[in-house]
Structure formats: structure tokens, C-alpha cells
Design a protein around this ligand. Sequence first.
Ligand SMILES: *Cc1c(COP(=O)(O)O)cnc(C)c1O
Length: 402
Amino acid sequence: MHVENSLSRTYIELDERYGARNYKPLDLVVDHAKGVWLWDADGKRYLDCISAYSAVNQGHCHPRIEAALVEQASKVTLTSRAMRNTQMGPFLEKLTGLCGFDLALPMNTGVEAVETAIKLARRWGYEVKGIPDNAAEIIVFTNNFHGRTTSIISASSEPAYRKQFGPFTPGFVIVPYGDADALERAISPNTCAILIEPIQGEGGVIVPPEGYLKRAWAMCKEHNVLFIADEIQTGFGRTGDLFACDYDSIKPDILVVGKALAGGYYPVSAALANEPLMRLFTPGDHGSTFGGNPLGSAVAIAALDVLVEENLTARARYAGAKLMQGLRAVSSPLVRDIRGRGLLIGIQLTVPAKKLSQALLDRGVAAKDTHDHVLRIAPPLVIDDDAIDFLLEKYREALTAL
Ligand SMILES: *Cc1c(COP(=O)(O)O)cnc(C)c1O
């Protein structure tokens, strides 16, 4: 590693000295960024293929989102929901219009929006479906990632996320991802919802079999079960459709969004649903001090405008196809599989993905392993042809060096 005796090293030492060690990041200390490029504390440039886990789909430091942030920051930043503000309504109007739902409930982080969806589905289970008190079940899937709260890790099949964090929240049933028959068998009269990622991001960019989501959705309709799509990572153009569910032409009952909703400037998330369902929340049931705050709302309006006006979904489809073709043209005994959709790509390796991640980092590309043997490639959607060529050249070099 060539970060010894550098400014970067001093920042890494500060992190290690004063921070809890709940992450193992790359040895890359970002000082500033623009579009798809990052510059470290020593001035070296990197292509960002992580995009803050798809929160920066619009590219780093987009001038239009920045302007919205600065303007709103000098007016009012936080009111709490004890009163109203001029930004939340226009934000929710834009969000619901774009996503095709009647109503939205704004939160901050992704996991809070997932929690919101779970509470709404349970409420519906008792009040509308007539499930006996405290018996509601939500079906989740092996290898899922929905966040890190105590309840959400109760739905996880990943030992590392759960170890010594029990006791867990009951009411989750885990079935194998991609197996429609197993899902059908798991549905009981007490099932209020399934909670699913249309493509599993953290799980290693797992694309389910063709037709699976559509079957799962149809089963939900047949058995009076809500379909909750967690599109926190796959949403807002990442997969070459506005939402990954669009690929299968299905509309979830509850859509959960976050990450790119505010272009990386602010944590903004939301759960969306139609009229009768979302109206099951009444004053006092649920909320958040920062949810729907004017600063986050103003930023999210600009982030959604950028997404639409710059046609980022179409760009993801085009750039994703070009990148996928380029990656597949590189033959290497270390590569077992390359999969994904749009600009959410996973490279399954025969060696630990950390090795390729480090070899790429040495050559100016930031990409991270997920689930040991998978390297995820998910650059901002604004990536151009030159940057794709740069990435492919470094990818070829890195594989050869290994
Ligand atoms: C990142 C992510 C979350 C959690 O979002 P946070 O903002 O980290 O709480 C939930 N679901 C999916 C699919 C994600 O990728």
C-alpha cells in the first residue's frame, strides 16, 4: 500500500484512533469529488464505482443540487413536523408523481423507510386483513439487506449482521430468494406482506430468475398479501429502469426509496403507497423529527429534477450495456460470472474480491467487494464513454496483475 507517509495516512490513523471500527473501508481518503471522479487527500484521482452505495446516482457535487441546498440553508433548515414548511408539499407532489403513488411518508435513512413499510403492512394486516393481534408475518428472503436496526436484522439471514444482537423481533419468515414455490408454501393466513429487493445489491448483485418477481407479485394478489419493494439501492434509474420493478411491469403496494432520492447531499427516504393503505397511519402513529424537513425536501426536489431532466435512467441503460459488454469481453480464469442490470453490476470471482478491489484502487478505480467473492461496479449514472474506457483498461490491467 502506497499510503504510508502521506496525508491520507494521517486521516486513516485519526479514524482508527477515534472511531468505532464497525466498517473496514478502502484506504481511500476522499478530499473532494466531481461527477464520477474522486480526489484523495494527496491529490490522486480515482473513478468512483461505488457511488456511496448508489446514493450519488446524479454524480458528486451536482451544481444544481448544491444550489438548492445552499439556497434553502439560508432560509430555514428544520421545523419538525410540529408545523408545516414550504418545501415538503412540493417535494411529496414531485415524488409521488414520479413514482406513481397517491401518497408518501418522508423519513431520513433507508432503514427508517423500511421500518415505516413494516409498520404500515402490519397495521393493514390487523385492521384490514383481520390477522389476529400480534400474529402478523412478513416474508423476507435469504441474503436480503434492508438495513441495520434491531428489527431489520431480525429479518436477516446473515450471521455477521445478527451475532450477539438478539433477542430479535419476531414475525419474519425467511424463504430462499428466487424460489417461487418456496414462497408460495410460506404464505399463511397470517402473512401480511412480503418484503423484497427486486435485485439484491448487498447480497452480491443477485438478479432473480426471469419471471420470478411477476409470479411473486401475482401470488401476493391471489393470497391478499402486500408486496413491499425495497428499491433503496435499485431505484431512481440505477438498473436502467426508473425502478427495477418496472422491468417486470409490476407495481408494488408499498415502495421504499432512499439513497439517490437526495443525490448524496442529505439523507432523505420515503415509503410510498396508495390512498386507502397509507391512510391507515393517523396522527401520532409514526414520525421523525427530521423527516420531511425543508432542507432535505429542497435538496430532494433538485435531485429528482436532475434525474428526470438529464435522462439518467436512459443513460444508465446505455452505459450499463456498454460497460457490461466491455467487462464480458475481458477473459480471465479469475472471473466466474458477470451479472446485473443497468449500472448495477456484480463480478463473481474465484478469488476474494478484496484482491481485485485493491488492484483497482492502486490503478485509480474505487470499487468494493460485497459478500467475499463479488466485486460490485456501480458508478454514478452520469458516467461517460471515456470514463467507461478508463475503467475497462484498469480492469484488464488489474486482472492481469493478479
Ligand atoms: C442501503 C440499503 C438500505 C439501508 O439504507 P440506510 O440509508 O443505510 O439505512 C436498505 N435497503 C437496501 C436495499 C439498501 O441497499
